[in-house]
Ligand binder design. Structure first.
Ligand code: ZN
Length: 296
């Protein structure tokens, strides 16, 4: 079986064809322009490869409610040309194969649970810290969707008293994304994160904000593993700082084995930046199985 996988991002669309075992046979990247330009290229790629099903992990917010009239639509995104775009409907019509759909970060957590460092776990949280901050949650064996999907990059956190930066989020100013995303780092310090590598003040502050959010996710979701990916997390010096600050915030309240072995509890992704596309393969496989089962 040939599975199509799409990791739909705000700057690029990563398309791949692979197997249910996570092998990737072919992969390309298409720049994200307006839908009329970008989507036909993606459709052509998947038609050429004669896929049997497709999995899509998509930037959001998106409508994941199958009972909704706008299921499969991209919602209120800052990329205005994509607002209310029926991405899944268009793929279904053009490709005529089962299509699985979830957020990009839920796709990443699914990739790690299926093929990576979180195999055999039931509850896992995946945080991506890049231009924005997104959180995917895999809870009791499935990615978390409810009213819509978690938007835990926008949780409200306490601002450091010495931080006079107001925050970049257009909705909440000083939510987690407003204070700790790559865009916030660049605005606060006047330079990109990659140019601030040796400045310990930057990473102490960054770790303190991420640790606040993570302790809240730990208390809320009770994850067995917390995975931190995205461009900002390529600053590996963040990991020991975050682990230390999470333990300080916990104040020995929770005493689970996972927290005692924190170096294997709060970890980077294990699939070399392929976790999103491999999660999309699994979304495609699940859609295919679901379609087969419901047709009997
Ligand atoms: Zn916000």
């Amino acid at each position: 079986m040939k599975i199509g996988a799409l990791e739909a991002g705000g700057t690029k669309m990563v398309c791949a064809v692979g197997s249910m075992k996570g092998e990737i046979y072919d992969q390309i990247s298409i720049p994200t322009e307006k839908p009329e330009v970008t989507i036909p290229k993606i459709i052509q790629y998947f038609k050429t490869h004669e896929i049997d099903c497709l999995g899509v992990g998509c930037f959001g917010p998106i409508d994941l409610n199958k009972k909704s009239d706008t299921y499969g639509f991209i919602k209120n995104t800052p990329k205005t040309e994509w607002i209310n775009y029926n991405i899944i409907g268009n793929f279904k019509e053009a490709l005529n194969v089962p299509v699985g759909f979830d957020t990009d970060v839920n796709g990443s957590v699914l990739g790690e649970v299926t093929f990576g460092c979180a195999q055999n776990l039931d509850c896992v949280v995946y945080i991506t810290v890049g231009t924005g901050i997104g959180v995917g949650a895999y809870i009791n064996g499935r990615t978390l969707q409810g009213m819509m999907h978690p938007e835990a990059g926008h949780v409200l956190i306490k601002k450091n008293i010495e931080d006079d930066y107001e925050g970049i989020c257009p909705y909440h100013k000083s939510c987690l994304e407003g204070l700790a995303s790559g865009s916030a780092i660049e605005k606060r310090w006047g330079r990109k994160g990659t140019e601030l590598e040796g400045n310990s003040e930057v990473w102490e502050l960054e770790a303190s904000y991420l640790a606040q959010a993570i302790i809240n996710y730990i208390y809320t979701y009770s994850p067995q593993k917390v995975i931190l990916g995205g461009g900002i997390m390529h600053q590996k010096q963040l990991f020991p700082l975050i682990r230390k600050k999470v333990l300080e915030l916990n104040k020995d309240y929770l005493t689970c084995n996972e927290l005692l072995d924190i170096n294997t509890y709060i970890v980077p992704p294990s699939l070399g930046d392929n976790q999103g596309i491999m999660g999309a393969l699994e979304l495609g496989r699940k859609a295919y199985i679901h379609c087969k089962e419901s047709s009997y």
